[in-house]
Design a protein around this ligand. Structure first.
Ligand code: ASP
Length: 439
């Protein structure tokens, strides 16, 4: 038996038709026994997510404006889903309790959490699975972190009592007993905690894309999807701007060695992307993904004999520290060094800070260069493999693009390349075409 926890995002539960797809997916495998729903999301582009309606409702309760209208929209969303599913469920009592509580000053977190709470009741009714409130399973400590001991103990008790359940995403109980939500998109985290709590063999995260794509589809046309990626690779790519999964959703399952499978509710036969812990997992290509961002600057420093000068980097860094600026990369040569910094974080002070560093280290030359894009080429397949870097650089040079910076992490599975912002798209396309030629 391989127990599965299945989490469904807002677009998977946007209306009755989507709820039916979800129910069919769950029923198609008996191992899919613990279910974590989000609140109903957007049905079409300009639609409003139930969570956003609830935030507005909470605000309206404070300002006194538009409360009834927003409340009516929320009631209608759920009642339409229930009627279209042909359920005999009546949420009237629940809805009016929520209304009263919010009017009586219940917290913003409480209001937002009701989207998942009601979604959970509807789904439990549709499936015939018991409903278990997340506030009785997921506990936060005083400092806002998960109280792991209490939480996992509650899950242990749950598994003794119930072999299947619907547990709403996005919230738990704070140390003071009130309802507390995660940050936006946080049902992903709930799913990961549930997976760890019930000791699942796999955490299936159902969304509206068939897994992660090798690169951004707004840059490369129809990139292929990634079949297997490791947590480490994912972290590198997410950091550089690729996103599907809430960042914090990785920690609970990674620690317990539980793979995550990203799947598409609208294309249930597609295997999606499997995220695993094992760095040695087989990979069909030396690179797994390409991510990138515009908006970086380099502070480029030159000084003869810099390599021998004790404390040189510290002096330069202390200027950045005084201005509370973090840097992303620090490529260096014998007599040169560059700080790669997000341009935004310089807050228009770039030139002044550069001069200050120049003075602090007594530089021969110092220059601020902005308009840089960084591209991260990530792949466990390049660890100890020869020739990958050469292929990347050849591809870029064939596209007639000048490389401004290169940095390879010591993990050997990440090469960062800096190019001018206007070369960004063509550079990503050139790298993609080199490694995935027939696509
Ligand atoms: N419904 C919440 C949000 O919109 C949480 C989630 O969907 O994961 O952020």
């Amino acid at each position: 038996m391989s127990l599965k926890v299945v989490k469904f995002g807002g677009s998977s539960l946007a209306d009755a038709r989507q709820f039916e797809k979800v129910a069919a997916i769950i029923r198609s495998e008996d191992d899919r026994r613990y279910v974590v729903p989000s609140a109903p999301g957007k049905r079409y582009d300009n639609d409003t997510k139930v969570t956003d309606l609830l935030y507005s409702l909470h605000k309206a309760a404070e300002t006194g404006e538009g409360f009834e209208e927003i409340y009516a929209r929320i009631v209608k969303r759920y009642n339409t889903i229930i009627a279209d599913l042909g359920l005999s469920l009546d949420l009237g009592q629940e809805l009016s309790t929520i209304r009263e509580n919010i009017l009586n000053g219940a917290s913003r977190d409480y209001a937002a959490s009701r989207g998942e709470y009601l979604s959970g009741i509807v789904l439990s009714n549709l499936l015939g699975y018991p409903f278990v409130d997340a506030a009785d399973l997921i506990f936060f400590a005083e400092n806002g972190d998960i109280d792991e001991e209490r939480t996992y103990e509650a899950f242990y008790e749950l598994t003794k009592r119930l072999d299947r359940a619907v547990i709403p995403g996005f919230y738990g109980r704070a140390a003071d007993g009130s309802v507390k939500t995660f940050s936006r998109g946080g049902s992903d985290i709930t799913g990961a905690i549930v997976a760890r709590g019930v000791n699942a063999a796999i955490y299936e995260n159902w969304t509206d894309v068939s897994g992660f794509l090798v690169t951004n589809p707004r840059i490369v046309e129809r990139p292929r999807s990634i079949d297997v990626i490791t947590f480490r690779e994912l972290r590198e790519l997410a950091y550089m701007g690729a996103s599907v999964l809430h960042e914090d959703a990785v920690f609970p399952v990674k620690a317990a060695n539980i793979p995550i499978n990203i799947r598409n509710t609208n294309e249930p036969d597609h295997p999606g992307t499997l995220i695993v812990n094992n760095l040695r997992a087989a990979s069909s290509s030396p690179i797994t993904g390409i991510a990138g961002k515009r908006g970086f600057s380099i502070i480029h420093i030159e000084k003869d004999g810099m390599n021998k000068e004790v404390g040189f980097t510290r002096k330069a860094l202390s200027v950045l520290e005084q201005h509370n600026i973090s840097f992303e990369h620090l490529p260096s040569g014998i007599d040169t060094m560059g700080f790669i910094i997000q341009t935004d974080s310089l807050q228009g002070q770039g030139e002044a800070i550069t001069r200050e560093i120049g003075k602090a280290v007594n530089a021969d030359e110092i220059e601020l260069i902005s308009g840089l894009a960084l591209i991260a080429v990530v792949g466990r397949g390049m660890i100890r493999a020869k020739g990958t870097a050469a292929r990347i650089f050849n591809a870029i040079s064939r596209a007639n693009i000048n490389i401004r910076m290169i940095d390879q992490g010591s993990s050997e599975m990440n090469i960062i390349i800096g190019v001018d912002e206007y070369d960004f798209r063509s550079a990503v396309n050139a790298i993609y075409a080199e490694f995935f030629p027939q696509d």
